[in-house]
Ligand binder design. Sequence first.
Ligand code: GLC
Length: 557
Amino acid sequence: MTQELTSPSPAPRAPGAGRGPAWWRDAVIYQVYVRSFADSDGDGIGDLRGVRERLPHLRDLGVDAVWLTPFYASPQADGGYDVADYRAVDPLFGTLQDADELLRTAHDLGLRVIVDIVPNHTSDRHPWFTDPETARQRYLFRPGKGEHGELPPNDWESVFGGPAWTRTDRGDWYLHLFAPQQPDLNWENPEVHAEFEAILRFWLDLGVDGFRVDVAHGMIKAPGLPDIGHGAQAQLIGSQVLPFFDQDGVHAIHRAWRRLLDGYGDGSGRQVIGVAEAWAPTPERLALYVRPDELHQAFNFQFLNAPWQADALRTVIDASLAATSSVGAPTTWVLSNHDVVRHTTRLGGSLARARAASLLMLALPGSAYLYQGEELGLPEVTDLPDEVRQDPAFFRGGRATGAAGPGTDTESAPDGVAAAGGQDGFRDGCRVPLPWSGEAPPYGFGPGGSWLPQPADWAPLTVAAQTGDPASTLELYRAALELRRRLPGLGDGPMSWAPAPDGVLAFTRPGVLCTVNTLGHDAELPAPGTPLLSSAPVTVQDGTARLPGDSCTWWAI
Ligand code: GLC
C-alpha cells in the first residue's frame, strides 16, 4: 500500500486561546514589526490601527499571542528602539487610544499582547538626557583619556560599529552601546529603577500581557568600566561575558521585575510575563535569566544560529532543553526576527529547508516565536538600494547581526556593506513590509506605498494568494498550529530521541513522532506511524517511509 501526504491535513479550528494560567509555557508568539505589518493611513508606514485591522489573520493563523515592537514616541534613529517617551505612542504609529483599542480587540479574539520595553538606553531626545543635570545622574558620563580628554574613556565598541562613546560639547563622554542617539542608562541610580517600574505598571494597567525585554543582558556594566583589550567586540557577543554584557548584576533587576509582574496576577489566573532578549555565552548562563524568580522566557538564539545539520541541531536542542529544565523553565525556539536574515534565505535560500525547520521548531517542547512573514515563506530582500536603508548599523559600518549578537555568518565588506554568501548583511532586508494581497506593490500593505520597496515578484507570496492553497507555506503554518492546539502531546511536555539514519532526526512527543531529513536527498526509514503533516510530500510503501530531502514530517503514533 502506498500512502502519500502531499498537503497539510485540513482540521477544524479549536476554540481560541485560553490555555490556563501558564499559557506562556507552550505559547506560539508572533512578532509584529509594527512599521512593516499593515498601514492604515497611507503614509507607507505600518501603524497600530493597521495591526488591529489585521488581527483576524493572526487569529486564523492560530497563534496565542502577539509581540509588538516599540511604537513609543521616538526619533526613530533605530526603528523605535530609541525611546523618547515610554508612555506615549509615536504619531507615526497612532495614539494611546489606538493602543488601547488594539489590546481590547486582541483580547476579544483570544490573543494576548506583549510589548517591547527598552531599559538599557533611551533616545538622546528623552527629557532625562536633554537636561544636563538629570543626564549626569542617569546616564554614563565619563571624562576622556589623553592630555585633553580627547580620547574615549575606554576601548568599548558600539554594537553598530565605531566607538561606544561620544564626546559632548562640554568635553566629557557618554556611553552608547548602540547608536550615539541611544545613550546607556545608569542603572546604579535608584531613580532609573523606579522609573522603569512605573513604566511597566503603566502598560500593565492598560492591559498588556507581558514584556519583551530589549538587551536584557546589558543594563549593568562591570565596575570601573575596564578595557577589553582588543577590537571586533561585536563578534564576541554571545560567546563570552563582556564587561558590558551578561554581567551578573542584571539578575537583580529581573528579580525585581518578576515580583512586579507576579503582583499583576489575579484570582482569575492572569499571568503576565517577561521574555529576555539576552545574549549569553552558554545555554547555562542563558538559563540564569529564567530562574523561577526571574523572567519567564529567554530567546534561544543558539537554536537560531544552528546550521542545518542533524548532529548540530540535536546538540543545540539537547543543550537548550537541559539548561532550561534545570531551572524549571520552558525552552523557547526562534528562527527569525527583525535583527537577522530571514531563515528562508539564511538556510541556503531554500524554502524547503525553511518549511522543514519551522515544522521542527513547532514540534519541540516549549514555546515558539514566529516573525511576521515567515508564515508566508518570505525571503530576505537582499538588493535594497542604499538610499532607502534605515538600519543604523549600515551607516556606522557595523554588522547587521550585531544588534542581536552573532546571529548569522555574514561579515562586513570593506565598504561597510555586508554581503557574504549572497546575503545582505544589514537589517532592512528582513523588515520589508508584508504583502497581503494583489498583484503589485504595495500588495495591500496600505492605501499608500511602503517605506521600504517590496520586490516585484511577491504577488504569489501574499496572504490572499496563499490562502486556500494546500501546498502554500501559509497553510502549512495554519495546519501546524491547529495540530499543536489539538494534540496535547505537542507544546509543553516530554520529548525523546528515536533511532534514525545519519542526517535524519527523529523524536517522539506523546502521541506524535517527528522526523527531519536534513539531507539534500531522500532518506528511508521504517514508517513510524501515520503521517499527520509534512513540509514536503512523504510516501509510505510496504512499511517504509520515504522522506524527501530537507523535509519534516509529523506522524501520529
Ligand atoms: C535589540 C533590538 C534591536 C535594537 C537593539 C538596540 O537587539 O532587537 O533591533 O537595535 O536592541 O535597542
